[in-house]
Design a protein. Structure first.
Length: 480
């Protein structure tokens, strides 16, 4: 995925460089035909650009490039056919409704780059992740084999040999050099002030061939605002306001939505460590998950369900956790992010109709490889909890033949499995989030054993002795 992101960034940089260079330094009139020709000479794509609007008269000159589309390269791109002679491109992998740039050309002519705004409007991107680890977009960002009907001069044996020779010489020179220090804010030659860089109303679809899952990111709003960096004075100038809003939808093998997360994320990020100037390895965000978000078919819950027959034997009915869980209200929490790892910094609770899902501080997910370790708890809904607890009382009453107080026995048997009159199932989920390992924080085997043959002895005051006989029963005393 990193290669895809870098490729997209490279595309935007290429377009902007072409426009700025052509207008400011070469005095050329930039047209959609000109941009398509240049893009297809650099990338292995068939491209289309609908319109180019340039206004050099305002204080902050603006550049708009409309209708950018990239698709699989074909004969029209290889032969550099005029746009008027091409049929419509029907299946573009990347579409950008508009790239909107506001830059000071006056400062540009002085050799300075002052960017006020860069917005990608309504990008529409389709990504297919193949079973071998490849994807459909990476080939698009490679150099084309044919340019304007001729072999790409950059890919001739002579050009490749020359490039290889240059790389070898650079490698030799690098070996003789002193080890370079890591990049710091002081390596940035000028102070950077940028008004806004972002994406408006984006849509990204990722199809995973191996699992047949589809991930859709809809209504994506990504903004980097008020970028203020000065390597010589990081205490006063070291901030970027980040906002990320999106609807994240996961579609399962059955072609139905299994989860939807409505996200509203913000944070004031310090890109560099003030004392050292090094790139900040971890940043903190405030995340709000909006009401209406839902989850069903969660792999961890399926794994827990495998342990539930023992609970059912004890009279605890936990069938509701398999149902769709829709968030009742907005939930705000803080996370840190660094090197692909998202860590929860507090203990959020996500309330739904059937249960509340609790996440313990320190739980994490590594988004780059789906590895995770989450300490969580399912706090069953109050009325459903009462039904299950009444079922346990009935089992105890039946097993004890009316001897003793069922409620007192139940409290001794279940311990902290009941929390504030609600059933509480703590558990740990770890490993690959698609096929997680699960450890329950309750000794469910001991519960069923005690309610079975041992309950009669428990009635006679031997509950403590019976607990000692059951392997793993100490877990009952350690529940949160």
């Amino acid at each position: 995925m990193k290669k895809i992101v870098y490729g997209l960034l490279g595309l935007i940089v290429l377009i902007l460089a072409l426009v700025i260079t052509a207008v400011a330094f070469a005095g050329k009139i930039v047209t959609n035909e000109f941009l398509v020709t240049q893009i297809e000479a650099a990338l292995n794509v068939r491209a289309n650009v609908t319109k180019v609007n340039i206004n050099l008269l305002s204080v902050l000159s603006s550049i708009e490039v409309e209708g950018i589309a990239l698709g699989v390269r074909d004969s029209y791109a290889n032969e550099a056919k005029p746009l008027s002679e091409r049929p419509e491109m029907k299946s573009a992998a990347i579409n950008l409704t508009k790239v909107d740039l506001k830059v000071s050309f006056v400062e540009l002519l002085k050799g300075k780059f002052q960017l006020d705004q860069l917005i990608l409007k309504e990008p529409d991107i389709s990504v297919v992740l193949f079973e071998d680890g490849g994807n459909n977009l990476t080939p698009l960002f490679k150099p084309p084999l044919i340019v304007a009907g001729q072999p790409n001069p950059a890919l001739t044996p002579e050009a490749i040999a020359e490039k290889k020779k240059e790389e070898e010489e650079k490698a030799k020179e690098k070996l003789l050099e002193e080890p370079s220090a890591p990049f710091t804010a002081k390596d940035i030659p000028v102070a950077i002030k940028i008004g806004f860089v972002g994406i408006k109303n984006g849509n990204i679809e990722v199809v995973m061939k191996k699992t047949s899952q589809v991930i859709k990111i809809k209504a994506l709003e990504l903004g980097l605002k008020d970028i203020d960096i000065d390597g010589s004075n990081l205490e006063a100038h070291n901030s970027v306001d980040v906002n990320f809003d999106a609807n994240l939808i996961i579609i399962g093998k059955n072609k139905e939505e299994s989860s939807k997360f409505l996200l509203d994320t913000s944070g004031k990020v310090a890109p560099f460590v003030v004392k050292t100037g090094l790139v900040n390895p971890v940043v903190t965000y405030k995340v709000t998950m909006l009401a209406g978000s839902f989850m069903s078919g969660f792999a961890a819950f399926d794994s827990i369900a495998g342990e539930l027959p023992l609970l059912n034997q004890a009279g605890l009915k936990m069938d509701k956790i398999a149902e769709k869980a829709e968030l009742n209200k907005d939930v705000t929490f803080n996370v840190s992010y660094g090197n692909g790892k998202v860590t929860f910094l507090d203990d959020p609770t996500f309330p739904s109709k059937n249960y509340d899902l609790q996440i313990v501080k320190g739980s994490y997910i590594i988004v780059t490889n789906n590895n995770h370790e989450m300490n969580m708890g399912i706090l069953y809904e109050k009325n459903e909890s009462k039904k299950s607890i009444d079922g346990v009382d009935a089992k105890i009453k039946e097993a004890s033949k009316g001897q003793g107080n069922p409620v007192e026995l139940r409290n001794k048997l279940l311990g902290n499995l009941i929390k504030n009159d609600r059933i509480n199932i703590p558990f740990r989920s770890y490993g690959d989030i698609r096929n997680p390992g699960i450890e329950l924080g309750v000794a469910v085997g001991s519960i069923s054993d005690l309610i079975g043959g041992a309950v009669k002895d428990a009635v006679k005051g031997k509950i403590g002795e019976e607990l000692k006989k059951v392997p793993g029963s100490d877990a009952l005393k350690k529940l949160f």
